[in-house]
Ligand binder design. Structure first.
Ligand code: SF4
Ligand code: SF4
Length: 347
């Protein structure tokens, strides 16, 4: 993470309620087909050429964003992913790449680091080879992903390597072992996110496996989340906040994930064709290519995104909740400072 940028953008975002972070989906194509993800089943749409991202980087810089997350689909399916990322790192954003890790080679990693990558997030949903292939419709992908995480830890000596685990009925009981493996064997950080399965079919990232969704038995959820909280207290690298862990516990027991979100105000998503949505699970509201920094504070924009917030049934994406909590929960901000301190000391 680029701590200086995160710290200097925060007061501005707090005072003027301007966006702090955004996800940029440079493609919806993916070489995997995870059962809880709807992206890979979308028809392949148009993808912006790299030159257009220079315009977007300029716009987001003027807007004062702290962090840009380059994601997909699988972003490394684009040969110019590292070059796109460099347009944002050159502007001083804290940059993160989210990938499934299966296409990450030493050459690509070297380029990404050279071009300014700060942090990386790699998905790993179970340690069991056949179960992982079943969840992601892959073929022997476990070792490729583990190698990608090890490569990232070795290469990103000044960055955070996040291992992203989606909790479903398939892997709930395995989560503490995954987190322990990530800490002790890989030296990376865990981001544990319950599967997001909204009712109906309105969500962009809707899952096709409702049988993987909560509610789960209280005692099972408590036994897993009590262990996670205990592990975190003892220093195991778990990046999500205590607040989010408790949100997750509640959701996994009840299936309820309504919350007061800030979609479109604290964060937003840019899709591969340049359309902008309040978050990754909503439809686009306009093209970012026609927007100015002023538009993000216009009455029409605020009315539109608040209408989306009001109509939405909720979600349990850690990225959006944590970004929002940074402005509303002191405890989350304090935890972030502790993480930054730990990160500076190289632990
Ligand atoms: S979750 Fe990620 S890796 Fe899996 S299908 Fe969706 S975009 Fe691809
Ligand atoms: S609750 Fe907010 S952030 Fe979550 S899906 Fe709905 S609009 Fe998006």
């Amino acid at each position: 993470m680029k701590i200086s940028r995160m710290l200097t953008s925060w007061p501005r975002s707090l005072l003027f309620k301007t966006p702090y972070t955004c996800n940029i989906k440079i493609t919806t194509r993916c070489n995997l087909q995870c059962g809880f993800c709807g992206l890979w089943s979308l028809p392949a749409g148009s993808e912006l050429p790299i030159d257009t991202y220079a315009y977007i980087a300029d716009l987001l810089d003027k807007l004062g964003l702290a962090r840009v997350v380059i994601t997909g689909g699988e972003p490394l399916l684009r040969n110019d992913a590292a070059d796109i990322l460099s347009l944002f790192s050159r502007r001083g954003f804290s940059t993160t790449l989210l990938t499934n890790g299966t296409l990450l080679t030493p050459y690509t990693m070297k380029r990404l680091v050279k071009l300014g990558l700060n942090d990386i997030g790699i998905s790993l949903d179970t340690l069991n080879t056949s179960k992982l292939d079943h969840i992601c419709h892959g073929k022997n992908i476990r070792n490729k992903i583990i190698d990608a995480i090890k490569l990232s830890v070795d290469s990103l000596t000044n960055g955070i390597v996040e291992v992203l685990t989606t909790v479903t009925s398939e892997n709930l009981m395995d989560i503490p072992d995954i987190v322990s493996f990530v800490h002790h064997k890989l030296g990376a950080w865990s981001v544990i996110n319950p599967v997001n399965i909204p009712p109906g079919d309105s969500a962009v990232l809707s899952a096709s496996k409702p049988q993987w969704a909560p509610p789960f038995p209280d005692e099972l959820v408590d036994s897993v989340y009590d262990r996670l909280i205990g592990m975190k207290r003892s220093g195991v690298r778990i990046l999500v906040s205590d607040t989010f862990l408790e949100d997750s516990r509640y959701y996994l027991k009840t299936g309820c994930f309504k919350w007061d979100c800030d979609a479109g105000e604290r964060y937003f998503t840019i899709f591969p064709d340049g359309s902008l949505a309040p978050c990754s699970d909503q439809l686009s509201i306009r093209s970012v290519l026609t927007m100015t920094p002023h538009d993000f504070r216009s009455a029409e924009y605020i009315r539109t995104v608040r209408d989306v917030q009001k109509r939405c049934g909720g979600c349990i994406f850690s990225c959006w909740r944590e970004a929002s909590y940074l402005f509303s929960r002191q405890s989350v901000w304090k935890e972030r400072l502790v993480t930054m301190n730990r990160f500076i000391r190289g632990r």
